[in-house]
Each structure stands twice: as C-alpha cells, then as structure tokens.
Design a protein around this ligand. Structure first.
Ligand code: DCT
Ligand code: MG
Length: 399
C-alpha cells in the first residue's frame, strides 16, 4: 500500500480552474467515437458519463451549489440540489467542451424554458463562460456557513441537520464540538477526523480488499469479495472502501459476516453491524428507501502502512472507512449495480425504470409495479437489456 496523494477539494479545484482558465486542471477527456455522434439524453443512466470529461470547470461550480443547497436544509433543499446535479450530469455527458452560451441550446436540465431551477444552472454557467467566474459560487465558497458545514459534515456520523444545529449555536471549529454530547459514530468520527478526511487511494483500497479476501478464504474458499463504489468506476481515490461479499451457492453466504468480523477484530477500530430487517423479501415492502436490507457492517479499519511511508512520530497506520455488504448470489447483479454508483446514476436508473418501464429496481432485484412480478437477471448486462437500456460499464456511470 502507498500513502494516498491528497485530492484537491472541489471548491479549491473550482478556484484553480477559474484562475488558469480551465486549462491546467481539466483532465484528458476520452475520444471515443461513439460518444461524439450522440446528444445528451434526459436520464443520466442513458448517457456515457466518463470520469474525465470536458467541462469540470462548470460541473465543479454546479456541484458546489448542489452541496450548498443540501446544507441550507430549507423547504426545497432536496429538489434544488437535484436540479444542480442534473445540470452537472448533463455537462459531464457532453462530448465536447462548452465554450459559449450558444452551445447550451437544448441541453436537458440546463436549457429548458419551463424550469426556474434549470434557469439557475444556465445563469451560473453563463456567468462563468462570460466572466470567468460566478459571484454566487465565489460567495458560497468563501462563506463561514459553507466552510463550517463542510468541516462538520466531514465528521463521520454528522449530517447537515446536526452540522447546521451546531453552526446556528455559534460553533465554528472542531475543538468547539469536542465537549458536546456526541453519539458513538460521531465520537469515533471526530477521533479519526484527519485520517477519514484524507482520501483513500486505490492501493489502500486494494490492500483492504486483499485482507478481507484472505480472511474470507479461510472461512469458505469460494467466498467472493468485490470492490465496488467509486473504485469500481475507476476513481483513483475515494472516501471509503465498499466491499460486497457473496458465494456462488445460494445460502452459503449466511452466517459469514460475524465470522469475518471475529477474524478481523484486531484490524477494526470500530464496527457498526446492521442486520437484515426481517423475513419479508425487501423488494416487496414497497418502501422507496435508498438503504437496502443486506446484512452489512460499517467499520473503521486500521490499515498498517508500509515502512517507506512511516516517518518520525507519525503513527504507522491509517484509519479507513470500510463497508462490508453480504449479498446472496441471486441478488448479486442487482447489488453490484446498486453499489457501483454514482448515487446520481442509481437515482436516475431507478427513475427511468419506474417512469418508462413501470418497473421498480432496487439493490435486491426488480419487479413490475402492477403485477409485482419479479424480473430475473444473472448479470448487470442482463439488467440493462431487460430495461431496454444500452449497457454502460462502471467507467461510464460517473454522473
Ligand atoms: N449509494 C446510493 N445512494 C446513496 C449512497 C450510496 O445509491 N445515498 C450507492 C452508490 C455508490 C455506493 O452506494 C457507494 O457509496 P459511497 O461510498 O458513498 O460512494 P462512492 O461512489 O463510492 O464515492 P467515494 O469514492 O467517495 O467513496
Ligand atoms: Mg465509496
């Protein structure tokens, strides 16, 4: 394992990009022929959205607005945030760099006459294209509110409502929080704040994955451990390590998690085990909750660092957030799709499925809304096919 390189926070990236006119930071976009001939579709799951795209100067700005909308927690926070994310997803799927307001024409969620939210996206994009920056985004990035909310939401177990409560009470620093009444997650979140806010590198994620794999093999040799989340999409760094544990024989995955946790007990700094909530098949409970019902463990893993990265007084290990999710093999392709993300891709494929196909898709399976008939699939490809969607490999789901 190598110690992770720090990743530039999105607002800093935005400022850097403004300063150098987007030239230095913009990553190399793909030049795939198939992308160039296509327009951008309404549902993000229909588009090819690569990790490196042409418009990060604009999407970084929109995603700052998205995050700020979430932080404000006012009445329409969620739909305002979603509107910025949809605008950003459109720009990420554009097969060229947007350099003029004219080229925004007909872009979904940006150039629509009947939506004030799309109008807001367009206004900000126009400002950046014409002035080189957006006053609104600059004000947000420099505001006490945004900086403090980011700081507090960086504590594991703290969401916008707790962070806002603390902000409204006048707290501004991590030191102010130390003496407040915290729950278990928040206490360890604060204890390991620095490590948990240092990006996890791909090498570190692979290291954790290998350790879990080794332990699983000792329990049952055919247990399968799959790295999902951002790393499966090709991200070089992430905020955690998401691992699916499954077995090719249905039922053989049962009772595995407590054994894995027992064998790894010296590797964990903290664990929070969530059990499946009951006997009802989760796909028929009718809940639209994004949280699935798999047996899982949210943990903080203590990863030993290699000698070369240890220096002086620095501790020889790093705290890393690791999620272990146990999946029965018949639900595996759905769990794989659901845990690969992005969060917006998942939201979009479920919206497409429900609206266009009258099918409910979850990480457990899919079924028709009217007859509740289950639709089987053995692979991710088969899920896309049955939904009449062009297959998107994980690297094209980066919306
Ligand atoms: N997910 C989802 N809905 C959520 C949260 C997560 O559908 N509200 C899915 C999509 C991604 C996957 O779970 C893993 O979640 P994260 O680890 O939060 O996302 P990530 O893409 O792996 O991002 P990071 O690289 O920062 O870990
Ligand atoms: Mg992740």
């Amino acid at each position: 394992c190598m110690k992770s390189n720090s990743v530039i926070p999105i607002e800093q990236k935005y400022v850097l990009q403004i300063k150098c006119d987007g030239k230095k930071i913009e990553n190399e976009p793909p030049t795939k022929k198939s992308r160039l001939s296509k327009g951008v579709n309404m549902y993000a799951c229909q588009n090819c959205t690569p990790l490196h795209h042409f418009n990060s100067r604009l999407t970084d700005a929109l995603e700052i607005l998205e995050q700020h909308a979430f932080f404000r927690l006012d009445q329409n926070a969620e739909s305002r945030a979603l509107a910025f994310r949809r605008g950003s997803a459109t720009l990420k799927a554009c097969p060229h760099k947007i350099t003029s307001v004219d080229s925004l024409k007909n872009l979904p969620y940006i150039d629509t006459s009947n939506s004030s939210k799309a109008g807001h996206c367009k206004k900000v994009i126009t400002e950046i294209l014409e002035e080189g920056f957006s006053d609104e985004v600059e004000d947000i990035v420099n505001s006490d509110f945004y900086k403090t909310m980011k700081l507090f939401c960086g504590i594991w177990g703290v969401g916008p409502s707790t962070a806002k409560k603390w902000f409204d009470s006048g707290h501004r620093h991590l030191n102010d929080i130390k003496n407040l009444k915290l729950n278990k997650d928040q206490t360890v979140g604060l204890e390991y704040y620095e490590d948990l806010n240092t990006p996890v590198s791909k090498d570190e994620a692979l290291c954790v994955s290998e350790i879990v794999k080794t332990v699983c093999m000792e329990i049952k040799k055919d247990l399968l451990v799959t790295l999902v989340g951002g790393f499966r999409r090709g991200k070089p760094a992430g905020h955690d390590v998401d691992l699916l544990i499954s077995h090719p024989t249905q039922g053989e995955e049962k009772h595995v998690l407590p054994k894995v946790m027992e064998k790894l007990k010296d590797n964990f700094l903290y664990t929070d085990k969530k059990m499946s909530s009951g006997t009802t098949h989760p796909q028929y409970t009718g809940k639209s909750s994004t949280m699935d019902q798999f047996e899982k463990c949210f943990s903080i893993f203590k990863l030993d660092l290699p000698k070369s990265t240890k220096n002086g007084n620095e501790k020889p290990w790093k705290a890393i957030r690791v999620d272990l999710i146990v999946v029965p093999t018949d639900q595996y392709p759905f769990a794989l799709l659901g845990w690969t993300g992005t969060k917006h891709f998942e939201r979009e494929i479920r919206r497409y499925t429900k609206t266009e196909k009258k099918v409910v898709l979850t990480s457990h399976g899919m079924y028709t809304t009217d007859t509740k008939q289950s639709i089987e699939a053995k692979t991710e490809e088969e899920i896309f096919k049955k939904l009449d969607l062009e297959f998107r490999p994980p690297s094209e789901r980066c919306c």
